[in-house]
Design a protein around this ligand. Structure first.
Ligand code: FAQ
Length: 312
């Protein structure tokens, strides 16, 4: 079939909100852009296990330990659904992993910050999972079928994570003066990096316009960031915490909160590998890959033995 005709079928599907499926024809750049985005998303889930994983043995009670363990395991599951969704577009898991370990593929900037206190685990659940939900609920309607379907389960689990994080902070805020201070300190450190999770401002976001046309993204980076600020500002009041932004103020005309300027130098510095924990995070992933070598070799040996027996 001539390319123009294939393009027309593709465009009609987008227009009618019919999902694009792995065997459908799609423009090369649509495929490339989605592999990039889903790959980055999958790596974020996997690297995202590291900051919270450090607190599993130090959680303050058995209940907290069990819920944190379950949450971190959920993130591993999200990474696996996402790698599987990207594989349907023709890239292998090995290639994606290689891109992460060699620094060719990005992962979310947020996971390059350290978790210094128990309150940071609450702040991650509330803010980081909260930002992830804000960004990912619209992705349940993204135009590529396997990605959209993976997002449905991911979002259900992220909602649980967000609530457990909020509850950790609420408990601290209702506790002693020191506990409340610890919660405020965590908010002070995680607030701005959480706003950066949504990506650069729309005028500096090279992928947004095309991704909106392809219905991969349903909202722009700035639109989602604004919704997040509005929701969190009210939630912070429930906690009795202060958002560390002197310019945060209700705008009656726009019916939204105006907020201060994001430090984009810090964002790009972290994205480009120079955040507080970038090197540590990649070193941990390289070690995990090397430690898992014997498992991959054993699985391959078993598979080839089974194949030989069948052939014989
Ligand atoms: N960090 O043109 P745009 C989670 C890059 S999952 C690092 O705006 P796009 C769950 C971007 O890749 C969190 N890099 O790009 C969890 C591009 O670089 P490239 C991850 C960033 O794709 C919770 C360049 O900047 N979520 O948290 C970031 O249209 C708790 C230009 O940017 C997803 O991945 C950043 N923050 O919009 C796990 C969701 N922002 O590739 C554990 C799916 C931008 O040209 C614990 N992804 N860049 O070299 C998306 O929605 C989009 O990809 C955006 C970026 C919104 C992240």
């Amino acid at each position: 079939m001539p390319v123009q005709q294939l393009e027309k079928i593709f465009d009609d599907k987008l227009e009618k909100e019919i999902r694009i499926e792995p065997r459908d024809w799609m423009p090369d750049n649509y495929r490339k852009n989605l592999i990039r985005m889903i790959g980055q998303h999958a790596h974020s889930e996997i690297v995202g296990m590291l900051p919270e994983g450090e607190w599993i043995t130090r959680a303050p009670s058995l209940r907290r330990k069990a819920t944190l363990l379950a949450k971190v395991q959920d993130e591993a599951g999200h990474g696996l659904y996402l790698y599987a969704a990207a594989e349907t577009m023709g890239i292998s898991r090995e290639e994606m992993n290689d891109q992460l370990l060699t620094g060719k593929a990005k992962y979310s900037s947020i996971f390059n910050y350290p978790t210094l206190t128990w309150a940071d685990i609450g702040a991650i659940g509330w803010l980081v999972d909260g930002a992830a939900i804000m960004n990912q609920v619209p992705l349940c309607r993204t135009s590529y079928g396997p990605y959209a379907r993976a997002m449905i389960r991911v979002c259900k689990e992220e909602s649980f994570h967000q609530r457990q994080g909020f509850e950790i902070l609420l408990t601290l805020c209702r506790g002693s003066k020191e506990q409340k201070e610890m919660a405020q300190d965590a908010l002070n450190r995680w607030w701005w990096p959480s706003l950066m999770m949504f990506g650069p401002n729309d005028d500096n976001s090279p992928h947004t316009a095309q991704s909106m046309k392809w219905k991969i993204k349903r909202f722009t980076n700035d639109e989602l960031r604004q919704k997040f600020v509005d929701i969190c500002t009210d939630q912070a009041k429930v906690l009795g915490l202060t958002i560390p932004d002197p310019d945060l103020k209700w705008n009656e005309e726009k019916k939204q909160y105006d907020f201060g300027k994001i430090n984009w130098d810090e964002f790009w510095n972290v994205v480009n590998g120079n955040g507080p924990c970038n090197k540590e995070r990649i070193a941990a992933r390289i070690k995990a890959h090397e430690d898992g070598k014997w498992v991959r070799e054993a699985a391959e040996a078993y598979a080839s033995k089974k194949k030989n027996v069948k052939a014989a």
